[in-house]
Design a binder for this molecule. Structure first.
Ligand SMILES: [Zn+2]
Length: 286
């Protein structure tokens, strides 16, 4: 069995604040230890049910060099390095293909616009106000599951906040295992279970995902093709910059669209445009 783990950091055990999310924050070293621990717990859970399983882990957060290779489970390989469009056009799912059997989401967060959500955003908190996949507003758990679905790989596990489990029930197909490692209080606070507890819960959830895969209760998220992605940006200038990407078309003053033969292609093109949307002229030229 081949398992792809798409990992983010905002939904990791004990992570509640920006101080923990970037290397310049004083609490980042501890948070990356917890991130590696949550991922290893998912791997160990799968191995309880499928002892021969192998894993590819995508470090999908910010600089994408958070997971500690030194202590990552030896059955896994790690996709490392920033998601520049040249390097990693599939961003948080770079490395997935049709040879995988199961897709797991570890440490994810609620989408942009979630009222009171913990560290909520979609891809880029600076640029994206809303992202629509075939007309439906979604967050990263559905976007990444749709890329996996393009390759026929079903989603089996989601870990993060209690509120993310609501989003998973609303936007993911089938019956993935849902593991809440903390209860949301607001944008930068939560009631957190300690790692010793969450690692057991995540391991149990990953083992359950394998059993559900075998019983046929997991499904692929594969939107009707061709697939359209519409992105609303916070500012007009961001859409203007995104339109420099050849696959982006204007929808309105503050939004653009990309299309593709499947979700992977449409989202890959959208990511290319979002990367460009970060380019801004200096204020005195804008
Ligand atoms: Zn992140």
């Amino acid at each position: 069995m081949k398992v792809f783990i798409c990992a983010d950091m905002e939904g990791i055990t004990g992570v509640v604040h920006r101080d923990q999310l970037l290397p310049e924050g004083h609490a980042w070293p501890e948070a990356r230890t917890w991130m590696t621990g949550d991922i290893n717990a998912a791997i160990e859970g799968v191995l309880l049910e499928a002892p021969d399983a192998t894993f590819v882990v995508n470090d999908g957060h910010a600089i994408m060099r958070n997971v500690m290779l030194e202590t990552l489970h030896e059955r896994a390989e790690l996709v490392m390095g920033p998601a520049t469009f040249e390097n990693k056009p599939l961003c948080q799912t770079m490395g997935i293909d049709a040879s995988f059997d199961l897709f797991l989401l570890v440490g994810h967060h609620t989408r942009a616009g979630t009222p009171g959500g913990l560290l909520s955003h979609t891809w880029s908190g600076k640029v994206i106000a809303n992202l629509f996949l075939n007309g439906r507003v979604v967050g990263e758990i559905a976007m990444n599951s749709a890329v996996a679905g393009s390759f026929g790989v079903p989603v089996g596990l989601v870990t993060g906040t209690d509120r993310l489990m609501d989003e998973a029930r609303q936007t993911l197909p089938g019956d993935p295992a849902l593991v809440a490692v903390k209860r949301t209080l607001g944008p930068t606070a939560a009631i957190c279970k300690p790692p010793a507890v969450t690692r057991r819960l995540i391991s149990d959830g990953a083992a359950l995902a394998v059993r559900r895969l075998r019983s046929g209760s997991l499904e692929t998220l594969d939107p009707r093709r061709p697939v359209e992605v519409v992105i609303e940006t916070y500012r007009r200038e961001m859409t203007d910059q995104a339109l420099r990407c050849e696959h982006a078309e204007r929808v309105s003053d503050r939004s653009f669209r990309t299309t593709g033969e499947d979700a992977a292609q449409a989202l890959e093109r959208a990511w290319g445009a979002v990367v460009r949307a970060h380019d801004e002229a200096p204020f005195w030229l804008a």
